[in-house]
Design a protein around this ligand. Sequence first.
Ligand code: DGP
Length: 115
Amino acid sequence: MTEKTIFKKIIDKEIPAKIVYEDDLCLAFYDVMPQAPVHFLVIPKKEIASVSDIGPEDGELIGHLFAVIGKLAAQLGIAEEGYRVVSNCGVNACQTVKHLHFHVMGGRPFGWPPG
Ligand code: DGP
């Protein structure tokens, strides 16, 4: 059996996290290495390794995750000035945790294109 990812352990409440929001399908919690004044992660409870592993059957779930992102961004006060949503996928994008996650960052300006 493969070892649980750190995010699966957070879902299973085996390790603590500063949880922002939780429902049957997803969990949102603050990133331990924040890159912005507000930086939280939104993850599905379903174990999907990365964007590359999203299937057509996940359409409703992914839509739900983005609805949650928008709602939390508004609640946490970053929606008006704008925020960035990022999903690192694979080695070149520096994905370190192989459980699909969306970084939601706000409270400062972000450059484009990214470095
Ligand atoms: P990445 O896989 O590169 O998209 O980033 C994973 C992010 O997860 C990284 O910004 C740090 C964060 N992270 C890693 N381990 C933990 C943890 O145990 N708790 C929390 N809250 N965040 C974590």
